[in-house]
Design a protein around this ligand. Structure first.
Ligand code: CA
Length: 296
């Protein structure tokens, strides 16, 4: 009886898995993380943020909102349900208004908070408050026009992106290749682009630079983690093209890549846009998976 039930459960699980996700495909990320630690025993619940401020550019694709890690740490003596409220000044909106969980002493809970800036918002500093009964942590949100954004020399940062296709199985928006997040962690959670045409090439992703800019270097980050190495899941062959006076020209070529990050240097050109023409990937379903493209 027990054996039968177990077999039925296994079959049901197998069915669910097959329906929900191809086993060759990397799964979606888990949005809330729990980290164990030692409680200071003060009885307090302490709000945490991954940065002391958040820069949220105006006019970016709503599919790629500004992101910040938020969380709380329990310095209680006993495990308890813990709640932190998330408040943000209008007209900005946050992806959650509350973080709540059963939390053992010393444990820290972390989650990604997405902050959206509506098109009509004014530039300026807005308030984001992470509030527990013990403490309120203020994280200023700086809303800046794209042209005044400190891009750290990366001309592609938060610029408009268009792609040949977009996989709809999870969150793979083209704008994620220019969102400033190079990390492959949390793949399928909005930090990288996956095209929709398995085993069909080429796939293209283009970034408009907001006017003619001199460019001589492109850094491409493809999917690469311990579990999903670039040698199986990454892009293998691609051309780097620059749009010069309305014409696409190939400025660099990469072949046989198995690394997570490849830098291409080329003779300077004045380009309005840069695009990656993906020609092949390393196995696993042969999709194009790009985490970030930086242009200098
Ligand atoms: Ca990214």
């Amino acid at each position: 009886m027990r054996k039968l039930a177990a077999a039925a459960l296994a079959a049901a699980v197998a069915l669910t898995t097959a329906a929900a996700w191809d086993p060759e495909e990397p799964p979606s990320s888990v949005s809330v993380k729990v980290k164990p630690g030692v409680s200071k025993g003060t009885g307090k619940l302490i709000p945490r943020a991954g940065a002391d401020r958040l820069v949220a550019p105006l006019g970016v694709d709503p599919a790629c909102p500004a992101k910040i890690e938020i969380g709380m740490r329990s310095d209680a003596k006993k495990a308890a349900y813990a709640t932190m409220n998330v408040e943000i000044d209008a007209p900005l909106t946050a992806s959650r208004s509350m973080l709540t969980s059963y939390l053992p002493p010393g444990y820290e809970l972390g989650a990604k908070l997405l902050v959206a800036v509506p098109p009509g918002a004014k530039a300026g500093t807005y308030g984001l408050r992470l509030r527990t009964p013990a403490q309120t942590l203020q994280v200023p949100v700086e809303v800046v026009p794209l042209d005044r954004l400190d891009n750290g020399g990366n001309l592609a940062l938060h610029r408009p992106v268009t792609a040949s296709s977009q996989h709809t199985n999870a969150n793979y928006p083209p704008c994620s290749v220019a969102d400033g997040d190079r990390s492959s962690n949390g793949w399928a959670g909005g930090n990288g682009w996956n095209d929709a045409t398995a085993r069909a090439w080429p796939d293209t992703v283009a970034i408009a630079l907001g006017g003619p800019k001199q460019v001589s270097r492109v850094d491409l980050y493809t999917l690469h983690t311990e579990r999903y190495p670039a040698s199986r899941y990454g892009v293998r062959d691609w051309d780097v093209q620059a749009q010069v006076s309305g014409q696409w020209q190939t400025v660099a070529q990469v072949r046989g890549n198995t690394a997570g990050n490849v830098r291409s240097d080329f003779a300077p050109v004045t380009a309005d846009a840069v695009r990656i023409v993906a020609l092949a990937s390393n196995g696993a379903n042969d999709y194009t998976r790009i985490i970030e493209v930086e242009v200098r």
